[in-house]
Design a binder for this molecule. Structure first.
Ligand code: IMP
Ligand code: MG
Length: 183
């Protein structure tokens, strides 16, 4: 789905598919340098990170594995609950692994700070984070994020994996959801 296909549901377009791909490529170049000679395990957080993971993993000129976790923190509203529950755990043993968590967005930071501690406690050699988007003004806890695509304003965005009530994930770009859609 193109941004133009749902124009009236958005108040603005933040990033096109091309801009997102360029940002992901830039992060991939940094990761190739930082992880030279190693084989990182990319941990995608379902479902929002599916698009970022697919593009990032293919862009990387490194051997990398992929695994997935599903956690719940949101329900179908637009505010973080702070309550994190594992809905699907990893299949991979993290002992000695270099883990890169791949996320769509950091909003309050509550989900990622919890996930970071959880994965570290499983014996990983290292755990870093790549988040495509970050809302600095929404931060409730500090999270050390090594790789960020874009910093965005504190507004509810959809597309490129990000949903509102499971809708708009298949949008190619990222836009700000119009209030009339959720109010
Ligand atoms: P956090 O715990 O507040 O950092 O956010 C956790 C999760 O909420 C993210 O991984 C997203 O899945 C979701 N989320 C946060 N902000 C947005 C948004 O603007 N649009 C869609 N989903 C969001
Ligand atoms: Mg997410």
């Amino acid at each position: 789905m193109e941004l133009s296909d749902i124009e009236s549901d958005l108040t603005s377009v933040l990033y096109t598919e091309e801009q997102i791909h360029a940002a992901i490529a830039e992060v991939a170049r940094a990761v190739e340098v930082d992880y030279a000679g190693r084989e990182p395990l990319l941990v995608g957080v379902l479902k929002g990170a599916v698009m970022v993971m697919a593009d990032f993993a293919r862009e990387l000129k490194l051997n990398a594995q992929m695994d997935w976790m599903a956690v719940s923190s949101y329900g179908s509203g637009t505010k973080s609950s702070g309550v994190v529950r594992i809905l699907k755990d990893l299949d991979t043993d993290l002992h000695g692994r270099d883990v890169i968590i791949v996320e769509d967005i950091i909003d309050s930071g509550l989900t990622l700070s919890w996930l970071l501690e959880n994965l570290k406690s499983r014996g990983a050699a290292s755990v870093e984070i790549f988040a495509l988007l970050r809302k600095p003004e929404a931060a409730k806890v500090h999270v050390d994020v090594k790789y960020v695509g874009f910093e965005i304003p504190n507004e509810f965005v959809v597309g490129y994996g990000l949903d509102f009530a499971e809708k708009y994930r298949n949008l190619r770009g990222v836009g700000v959801l119009a209030p009339h859609v959720y109010s």
